[in-house]
Design a protein around this ligand. Structure first.
Ligand code: 0GY
Length: 298
């Protein structure tokens, strides 16, 4: 066992796999897990009162142990909704990781320039807008635009999380943002529809039409119908990796919030990488060059 089993605080919640398999695929030197979270521990970093779920504690030490076990060098730690706009757990993890982590925060429009500068100094390079009602309350688009305007001078980007049926309504917002826009989990397509369906093609077209929009090719475990090893999700991720090789990111999504059926084995998730990025050049871009350009080189 490489990770201690966490305390379960919510009967709905499945705990992360404390004993992932060693992946057969070895990532290249400098590889970045560009989508993962830290939760608590609640005794030090309490969960937000407005949260929609209570996770198990999953602190930075466990994340770093997993990073090393899976063969990665760096993390991008993304603020999760259970911590609301209180970014202390992420900032604490960033400071502990030194140069080996960068972060994405959640902020309100009342954030000051000084607070943004402090987050920037800690390694934050983006803000996240969440459009899933099961995770976060609605925020008016003009508020989100003002937040994006505030973070743009820092060279930050905006990470957006939404589900495919909502893209048409959200597209005007995304395409009007002054920053790079990074889409979580391929815009959450319905894999039953297939890659050629207008639903996924409208997402592909969004990236084709806007060079500032990127996609994370993450979370096959959330999108799959077939279950592990998630081969039904491969064509979606592979399409994006091959069409937009310089604008894709990969991450584990550890500790996998809100997974209610089969908790993924992180080793199996890593073994998904060579199926979606089939050449060494594509894997180097996906795992090293793209995240380094977006999160480290500025
Ligand atoms: C993810 C996915 C989820 C949760 C969150 O911030 C969050 O709470 O992002 C989800 O429930 O689909 O990327 O972690």
């Amino acid at each position: 066992m490489i990770l201690d089993k966490p305390q379960v605080m919510d009967p709905d919640w499945m705990v992360f796999d404390p004993n992932p398999s060693k992946p057969r695929y070895a990532p290249p030197p400098g590889a970045v897990d560009a989508h993962c979270h830290v939760f608590g521990p609640a005794a030090v970093f309490p969960y937000a009162p407005e949260r929609k779920y209570t996770p198990c504690d999953a602190g930075k030490e466990k994340l770093f142990a997993l990073r090393d076990f899976l063969g990665f060098d760096r993390n991008v730690i993304v603020q999760a909704t259970c911590h609301g706009k209180d970014n202390r757990a992420v900032v604490d993890a960033l400071k502990a990781a030194g140069d080996r982590a960068r972060g994405v925060a959640t902020v309100g429009e009342d954030i000051t320039e000084k607070e943004l500068a402090e987050l920037d100094a800690a390694g934050v390079r983006g803000v996240r807008f969440n459009f899933l009602r099961r995770l976060a309350d609605f925020t008016p688009h003009d508020v989100l635009r003002r937040i994006a305007d505030k973070v743009a001078p820092f060279g930050w980007h905006v990470v957006v999380y939404f589900e495919a049926p909502d893209l048409a309504e959200l597209r005007p917002l995304f395409t009007s943002l002054p920053t790079k826009v990074i889409v979580d989990h391929m815009g959450r397509p319905d894999v039953k529809l297939g890659v050629d369906h207008p639903q996924f093609q409208s997402f592909v077209n969004l990236l084709a039409d806007h060079e500032n929009i990127w996609s994370k090719v993450t979370c096959p475990e959330r999108l799959t119908v077939a279950g592990p090893p998630y081969d039904d999700v491969v064509p979606f991720a592979r399409t994006l990796v091959e069409r937009f090789p310089d604008r894709v990111l990969w991450g584990t999504d550890w500790p996998h919030p809100n997974i209610k059926t089969i908790m993924p084995d992180d080793g199996v998730l890593v073994d998904h990488i060579p199926k979606i990025a089939v050449t060494e050049a594509l894997r180097q871009a996906l795992l090293v060059d793209n995240p380094m350009r977006l999160y480290w080189d500025h």
